[in-house]
Design a protein around this ligand. Sequence first.
Ligand code: UDP
Length: 325
Amino acid sequence: MHYLVTGGAGYIGSHLVLALVAAEHQVTVLDDFSTGHRWATEGHEVIEVDIRDLAALRSALSQRHFDGVFHFAAKSLVGESGQKPLLYYQNNVTGTANLMEVALENGWGHCVFSSTAAVYGNPQAAAIAEDHPLNPVNVYGDTKLAMERLLSAVHQQGAMHAVCLRYFNAAGAAPLAHRGEWHEPETHLIPNILRRAGGEDRPLTIFGDDYDTPDGTCIRDYIHVLDLADAHLKAMAMLHRQGGFHTLNLGSEKGYSVREILSACEQAVGAPISHDIGPRRPGDPPRLVADASQAEQVLQWRTTRNLQAIVESAWLWEQQRQVLL
Ligand code: UDP
């Protein structure tokens, strides 16, 4: 099969590209390199285009056949989304509409979409299932929900089968293949901890230790990026078998607190990591843990890599990343 991966130069997209190649698929990456990395696309066909530009997208992709598209290209910083809402709507929502336009014109009928647990907003349950109310609390989550709804409406027109995969906290890396997480600015917990541990001159702050959780810090469900990639492959295979429109959570169903993550990182690094305690970060719910039973049923998929594998791979990657700097 030949697949198009939009956002294939980004963190999760570039790991999916590896998994597709390992499964002997042909891959074309589409990226505007606004946040993605050129080194992450070496050896693959790359189309450099901004998905907000429908004319450019059309001219780059017309007459091309793909057996499906994995759609990752999106802006994804919660804080930035509040400051630049139009950028987020244009990139994420208009970009997806443009992509669907071109997909339908060229007869590509299968799409696996990178969604997020941010569509749920503040959790009303200990484990969040797909039927949890959809109530995003930031512009990023609003745009991802709009993208899901756009895909659902396009599906109802009859020419597109789609799966929306709602990720919990993607983490870890494929350091043996020189892939890993590298955002600037970095906002995520594990890379922030490991960049500090690797000697970067940046403060590490735990955002709040007065939550109503066992150790007072927020609990999240961390999922290895390679487990995420496996789920994408299974989701695309399922679409080819049975079609339809599906929305599935991807998580490990295990919750770890910020302090537990810090101590797992200290174990991987083999040394204490200096940090301070700061105020709560606005908009952080105390606990977000997936109920991923639907994904297990529909895709026969479960996570296979535990927290130790996540932090050890992330630490190896951090040491490689320092060399790339
Ligand atoms: N966090 C933290 N310090 C950091 C980054 C994150 O204490 O430097 C906390 C954050 O408040 C949240 C958890 O770690 O409770 C996970 O945050 P992250 O940004 O990695 O993912 P999110 O759950 O916000 O998508």
